[in-house]
Design a protein around this ligand. Structure first.
Ligand SMILES: [Zn+2]
Length: 273
């Protein structure tokens, strides 16, 4: 599933293609990808608008429109946004096409159909409750400690909670917990101050490196030009079940924590400390 580094990469790489462009029309191959308003209102509301820019918040992309409203896109499990000529054959599994006035289109490809598009006037209704952005200056170790305080849930589940910190999902939670030496089932309230600081630094370092590597293509993530990211080549535990830990050689294990497959090294991340 695309997480913060993947969505940030897609946003950055879409920007030069869409900024200042007008939307000449929308084609929907699957209406269910539009969550609000109705599919017909979505298409007519977007047509004729100019795209002023895109921001990312958590795993959402917010397109700023000349009419003052917002197109909000979530890639969910398997979505990608591909830019190519409008006249070219749509990529397989394309559910929606945003046609631009320069002859290019943005193709929303989404094999599993979990992706979502919204046209809204009030973006806070969608993204207003998200937790802090982990790469912003106002996200500090103290902020993380405060948000984890008194929480009994396993760390893996908490890091994936979008209202606690925005943008982290299963892959980068596993990587950050490994780097900090924290077992995924440990409760937040069991963490020492040093462990929280280690985790904080790991989150920032790992997300930044993954953005530099243009995201992780472990399954169906593609960049807007159709190429893959390389961040997964740096993974130390995520999606490495059974392979030797790169630090100690112990086989990496996979367990399910609150419904999420979680990879960890049992030696580097002891359950009891
Ligand atoms: Zn290890």
């Amino acid at each position: 599933m695309p997480e913060l580094p993947e969505v940030e990469t897609v946003k950055n790489e879409l920007l030069p293609h869409v900024t200042g462009r007008s939307i000449t029309g929308i084609t929907l191959f699957w209406e269910g990808i539009v969550k609000e308003p109705s599919a017909a209102e979505f298409c007519s509301g977007l047509t004729g608008q100019r795209i002023l820019g895109i921001a990312r918040r958590g795993k959402y992309m917010i397109f700023f429109l000349s009419g003052g409203d917002y197109l909000i896109i979530h890639l969910k499990m398997t979505g990608s946004l591909i830019v190519q000529k409008s006249t070219e054959e749509p990529p397989r599994f394309t559910r929606a096409v945003i046609h631009l006035d320069d002859g290019n289109s943005v193709f929303f490809r989404d094999p599993r159909k979990f992706g979502a598009m919204r046209l809204v006037e009030d973006r806070d209704r969608i993204v207003g409750k998200l937790g802090p952005e982990p790469l912003e200056a106002d996200f500090t170790a103290q902020v993380l400690a405060r948000r984890l305080a008194k929480r009994k849930a396993p760390m893996k589940a908490l890091l994936c909670e979008q209202n606690l910190v925005a943008g982290i999902g299963s892959m980068y939670a596993d990587e950050a917990l490994f780097a900090a030496g924290i077992h995924p089932v440990r409760s937040a309230k069991s963490l020492s101050r040093e462990e929280i600081e280690r985790l904080y630094r790991a989150i920032r370092r790992i997300l930044r490196a993954a953005i530099e590597n243009k995201g992780a293509s472990v399954s169906t993530y593609f960049r807007p030009d159709g190429s893959k990211g390389t961040a997964h080549f740096e993974f130390r535990v995520a999606h490495r079940g059974g392979k030797p830990c790169l630090v100690c050689g112990t086989p990496v294990e996979r367990i399910v924590v609150r419904g999420r497959g979680s990879y960890f090294c049992p030696k580097c991340q002891p359950e009891k400390v």
